[in-house]
Design a protein around this ligand. Structure first.
Ligand code: NAP
Length: 324
């Protein structure tokens, strides 16, 4: 097990975003629920969702159905700030993703309403880990997190998290209430900001790595993308760039083969070996992949292997940039 602040979780979590339609292409609820239940059965009991995945809390409602009757086995993590009620103003979040503009509102006055809606969707009376999904450029993070502190005092939330923040934002928020985890995109093809990593170490905050498989690329199995898959918008997944990136990634795939593990396990293992407080949350709709990913927790990588891997990564230039 690993710790995110004072919260104990398995080394590998499960990212549920892949289970809502319109993100990684189409999927139905039976398929999604079977994947979620498989994750829980195999020890993927830290489930990451958001009120913004799928329409009208679809992803949270799926998680609610899967954890019914087994709530005590599960660490439920969700996020707020992007799914803004109709009629409430939103502000543009300056991230520059190719798939489109993100808008949100993290006004402290809205936070209790967000949490109550998530609790209803999840069919639970407490959220184990509650993240601000993206900082709102119109509201200092410490103000938003002041409202999360109220939720902790009211017993609606157990631990607070921040997603997609800078080191400075983490420090400001941590002064208001203890932050258990920072969620950030981090994988072999998307480095973490060293200042943010240093701040998490110093403050005793966990790092939850989102898209730890590079949105599937690092598994070595993405060669073409279907209609309706959001990755089609990302320059690094553009057909020509993807072919180049797959060629450049070949030495790392070969290293996995040599070690007798899969490229997905090498990518997750590399993250687990960066530090004790790092927890990747891979997403998958495929039961065999879910099992393979969770099994990475038992794979030790030798320091020589990590050195070879870092050397290979230092000459792995990603065509199309590293933003989704
Ligand atoms: N905080 C944020 O802003 C933020 C943003 C994005 C994501 N997230 C969180 O991070 C989680 C993970 O991110 P993600 O799902 O976008 O990316 P990911 O975990 O890097 O990759 C998911 C993709 O990898 C494939 N895959 C997974 N395991 C595999 C394996 N062993 N072999 C081959 N293919 C495999 C999946 O396909 P199959 O379904 O076929 O296995 C899926 O297409 C999300 O679910 C979400 O909870 C957070």
């Amino acid at each position: 097990m690993r710790t995110l602040g004072k919260l104990t979780v398995p080394p590998i979590g499960y990212g549920a975003m892949v289970l809502s339609p319109g993100i990684y292409g189409e999927i139905d609820d039976d398929w999604a629920l079977a994947a979620l239940r498989h994750a829980l059965d195999e020890g993927g009991t830290h489930i990451d969702t958001s009120d913004a995945y799928g329409p009208d809390g679809h992803n949270e409602r799926l998680v609610g159905r899967a954890i019914k009757g087994r709530r005590d086995e599960v660490v439920v993590a969700t996020k707020f700030g992007l799914a803004v009620p109709e009629g409430v103003e939103t502000r543009s979040i300056p991230v520059g993703y190719a798939f489109g503009e993100l808008r949100g509102n993290a006004d402290p006055a809205l936070v209790r309403g967000y949490a109550e809606r998530s609790l209803r969707n999840l069919g639970t009376d407490v959220i184990d880990l509650y993240y601000l999904h993206y900082p709102d450029p119109g509201v200092p993070v410490e103000d938003t997190m002041g409202a999360v502190a109220d939720l902790v005092r009211a017993g609606l939330v157990r631990h607070a998290g921040l997603s997609n923040v800078t080191a400075e934002q983490l420090r400001s928020a941590h002064a208001v209430l203890p932050i258990a985890a920072v969620q950030v995109e981090w994988s072999m093809w998307r480095p973490i900001d060293p200042e943010l990593l240093a701040a998490t170490r110093e403050l005793g905050v966990g790092v939850v790595a989102w898209s730890p498989l590079g949105s599937g690329f690092l598994t070595g199995s993405v060669s073409k993308l279907e209609e309706g898959d959001f990755r089609r918008h990302a320059p690094r997944f553009d057909a020509a760039n993807l072919a180049v990136n797959n060629d450049r990634y070949a030495p790392i795939r070969r290293l996995a083969t040599e070690l007798g593990i899969t490229p997905a396990q090498l990518a997750l293992g590399w993250l687990l070996h960066q530090d004790e407080h790092v927890v990747p949350i891979p997403g998958s709709r495929t039961p065999s992949h879910i099992t393979e990913n969770l099994q990475t927790a038992g794979i030790a990588l030798h320091p020589d292997t990590l050195r070879r891997l870092d050397e290979a990564l230092s000459s792995f230039k990603v065509e199309g940039g590293t933003l989704l």
